[in-house]
Design a protein around this ligand. Structure first.
Ligand SMILES: [Zn+2]
Length: 76
């Protein structure tokens, strides 16, 4: 999963705000989560394919926003 998926989900109004049920309009601070594993003197980086994003409702006066790793679960 990637930032493109979030962008498209928002453009296609596939993510709903849990507070007002309107489509989420914005996101910010997208970041990939990388788990680093220490193996003796070597540090192995493992891409966990997780990513974290701040979702913002952006409808009317609804001020809902959330920083989550589980944004995939919010896509219809
Ligand atoms: Zn809302």
């Amino acid at each position: 999963m990637s930032e493109k998926v979030i962008k498209e989900a928002i453009e296609n109004e596939k993510m709903a705000c849990p507070k007002c049920k309107q489509p989420i309009r914005k996101y910010e601070k997208y970041a990939e989560t990388i788990d680093a594993v220490r193996d003796g003197f070597n540090i192995q980086e493992i891409d966990s394919h997780a990513s974290r994003v701040t979702l913002l409702c952006g409808n009317g006066d609804c001020n809902w926003k959330d920083r989550t790793e589980y944004w995939e679960d919010m896509i219809d």
